[in-house]
Design a binder for this molecule. Structure first.
Ligand SMILES: Nc1nc2c(ncn2[C@@H]2O[C@H](COP(=O)(O)OP(=O)(O)OP(=O)(O)O)[C@@H](O)[C@H]2O)c(=O)[nH]1
Ligand SMILES: [Mg+2]
Length: 333
């Protein structure tokens, strides 16, 4: 595909066009992903997540400055799945990251509300891959909140930084397990405000009570992104985490697990799409659906009978075409 060749040769316009195709769920997304696959795995992926307004974009901006000073190139993906204010926030990001918008070594992409939540997660994954294939040394993904979509996105990161503020007490209480699981670095931003010390102390306790499988002890760093305080410490922590992953082969393990997860999601979504389609027009499945709809048969019995019918399952999964086609509508996981 010519567009992919151009992108791989460093054409920014081609990269932006490919990203739009991914965002719009273009039918050639599977083909694009097939073509760039040999070029993946070079970029280091950093996730920056946390509640609205915690300072994620400011921090991303500051970290990008540090990386650029070292001659590293950076791709930034900012996601705002549902916020009605996203237009404004993105505009704010534009101002906040102004210097980087003019820098050829930085590529910034904002992902909007298009598609379902799940669709956004898979589109984000593919946009990150494009930046990786394009040759960025680092890809930073900024996500708001810590819900399932975010976990799906953050899970793809090699290192995940969770940004909190002194007022995030409730977030911590409700998200405790999830936060512990994803955070490789905790940042208590806006440490110029009251309560930062206490929040940091609480997080420290939590970290010590829930050690990670890898033995990594998630550092808790107080910062003021706005005032450039703590940025060096944060960068150092990210690099230490990276070194730990690389030295222990955990990086490969994590990436392998993630690829498996992604495959399962793609298959599951594809089957789900097919199933919905078949429920409307399959000659054998249709009558089951109608009987369930009419209340004549309970859904568990119907499901058991359907799944017990090999030919029917085959026709649902494979469809009339006799196989999975790469040209299918891309999956929205
Ligand atoms: N007081 C204080 N304000 C800060 C600090 N860091 C960032 N801010 C301000 O907090 C506001 C939100 O910062 P952003 O970087 O946009 O936060 P965000 O997490 O990206 O926000 P969303 O993407 O909208 O969720 C801005 O007005 C920043 O200037 C800090 O260390 N102290
Ligand atoms: Mg932001």
């Amino acid at each position: 595909m010519e567009l992919v060749d151009r992108m791989l040769r460093g054409d920014r316009v081609a990269l932006a066009r490919l990203m739009s195709r991914v965002e719009n769920g273009s039918p050639d997304v599977p083909e694009i992903m097939r073509l760039i696959n040999p070029n993946l795995g070079r970029a280091y992926r950093l996730g920056v997540t946390g509640p609205p307004g915690a300072g994620k974009s400011t921090l991303t901006d500051r970290l990008t400055t540090v990386l650029r000073q070292r001659g590293q190139t950076v791709g930034i993906v900012a996601i705002d799945p549902s916020s009605p204010f996203s237009g404004g926030a993105l505009l704010g990001d534009r101002i906040r990251m102004q210097q980087h918008y003019l820098d050829r070594g930085v590529f910034i992409r904002s992902m909007g509300t298009r598609g379902s939540q799940g669709g956004l997660a898979s589109a984000t994954r593919d946009v990150v891959k494009l930046l990786d294939a394009y040759g960025k040394d680092w890809v930073i993904v900024e996500t708001v909140g810590v819900g399932q979509t975010e976990l799906d996105v953050v899970g793809a990161a090699d290192t995940s930084a969770v940004v909190l503020v002194p007022e995030s007490g409730d977030t911590i209480q409700t998200m405790k397990a999830g936060l512990m699981e994803i955070a490789d670095v905790f940042i208590v931003n806006k440490a110029d405000r009251d309560g930062a010390e206490q929040m940091a102390a609480e997080l420290e306790v939590m970290v010590r009570l829930a050690p990670k499988r890898t033995g990594w002890e998630t550092p808790v760093i107080k910062a003021q992104a706005e005032h450039n305080v703590g940025i060096t410490e944060i960068m150092l922590a990210i690099e230490q985490h990276r070194t730990m992953l690389e030295d222990s082969a955990e990086l490969d393990r994590h990436r392998q697990q993630w690829r498996r997860h992604e495959l399962m999601e793609i298959i599951a979504a594809r089957i789900k799409d097919r199933l919905l389609e078949s429920s409307r027009n399959d000659a054998i499945l249709g009558p089951y659906v109608e009987r369930v709809m009419a209340g004549e048969i309970d859904p568990y019995s119907a499901a058991r009978q359907i799944l017990g019918n090999k030919d029917l399952v085959h026709s649902i999964v494979v469809g009339d075409e006799g196989g999975l086609r790469v040209t299918d509508q891309p999956l929205r996981v």
